[in-house]
Design a protein around this ligand. Structure first.
Ligand SMILES: [Zn+2]
Length: 331
């Protein structure tokens, strides 16, 4: 299973109750894709015979017919040949994603004796960890709202004893109420095995700050990558939501040992993630970094000028957290 295919599948699954993988996405994927078909996670749907309306065309027609013109497949605009869309064979194919089978495969390597239990639409109790902690997966981003999820979660232990695995693209605003209720949140993609369509069980329990052995002079940055909560030197950081997302990316890279957070990834975080509507300029990123540096310095009682040493700018490439003295702990 390639990294990209697993993530692609989970991102599509987060987009609604009856997720579809488009043939255009699937066309380039080889044996791993065939395995998904063989396992019944993907089922091919009948080929498309029509195509969505022309974008930016004033013909006003709805669905377009797909016709063959000169050996090419074309979604034809009845009014304007310039608005025609040339398709290839892969475009006509699409695949339904079987969420139940997908979730079963995700948990197959985790060592839980029982298969996942479906608690509601797009919500599964995957299994339990030590000390009665339950792990509940929410696959569809639309299900991650209190009015939908709380009635379903009555079947699980109270919030401090339940980990919610949340779908890719879950916005900070959607996560916030569950964090406030003291659920432990883990991102599905963060809990995913790096090369496989499988969850890593060790990613699902909160990590106590006790786990980190501190050396003299270390300053602990405790961060919940999905929350809006972080502490630096034991003092809560006050940050805007998007600044927090930027800090989470920098901290994640530092904790993974890669150290450098790429500028593109940071710009994306600042724009609100992959589906962020508003692209941002590098100047905005610089301002965000500056606010984060100030927040770190003020939490740790350091002079503001120290900020540039805590988060180091690598010209045009990105930013790096100074580890040590900073030690990152994800909670
Ligand atoms: Zn048209």
């Amino acid at each position: 299973m390639t990294d990209n295919l697993a993530k692609l599948l989970l991102r599509r699954s987060a987009s609604g109750p009856a997720p579809i993988l488009a043939g255009r996405d699937a066309a380039f994927l080889g044996p791993a894709f065939e395995r998904l078909l063989a396992k019944g996670i993907l089922t091919e749907l009948p080929p498309a015979s029509s195509w969505p309306p022309c974008a930016g065309c004033c013909c006003g027609f709805g669905e377009r017919l797909i016709v063959e013109i000169g050996g090419q497949l074309v979604a034809q605009c009845p009014d304007d040949a310039n608005a025609d869309t040339v398709l290839d064979a892969a475009d006509l194919r699409s695949f339904a994603i079987d969420a139940d089978r997908l979730v079963a495969v995700l948990t197959a390597g985790t060592g839980w004796p029982d298969p996942p239990e479906r608690l509601g639409a797009s919500v599964w109790r995957l299994g339990d960890l030590a000390e009665g902690r339950a792990v509940v997966l929410v696959l569809d981003a639309l299900a991650l709202q209190p009015s939908v999820l709380l009635p379903i979660l009555r079947a699980a232990p109270p919030p401090p004893s339940t980990t919610l695995v949340v779908p890719p693209g879950a916005a900070a605003d959607a996560r916030r109420p569950f964090l406030d209720m003291r659920y432990h949140l883990v991102g599905l993609l963060e809990a995913l095995h790096p090369t496989d369509l499988a969850l890593r069980r060790e990613q699902l329990a909160p990590i106590g700050t006790k786990a980190a052995a501190l050396s003299a002079g270390d300053i602990l940055l405790t961060i919940n990558p999905l929350g809006l909560a972080a502490e630096f030197g034991g003092v809560p950081l006050v940050l805007r939501a998007r600044d927090f997302d930027v800090l989470a990316v920098i901290a994640r890279e530092a904790a993974d040992g890669r150290a450098l957070a790429r500028q593109d990834d940071l710009l994306q975080a600042l724009a609100g993630g992959e589906d962020g509507a508003d692209p941002v300029a590098t100047e905005q990123l610089e301002k965000s970094i500056s606010r984060i540096r100030d927040a770190l310095c003020s939490a740790a009682g350091l002079p503001r000028a120290q900020g540039r040493k805590l988060i180091v700018n690598l010209s045009r490439r990105g930013y790096r957290l100074a580890v040590p003295p900073i030690r990152v702990v994800f909670s």
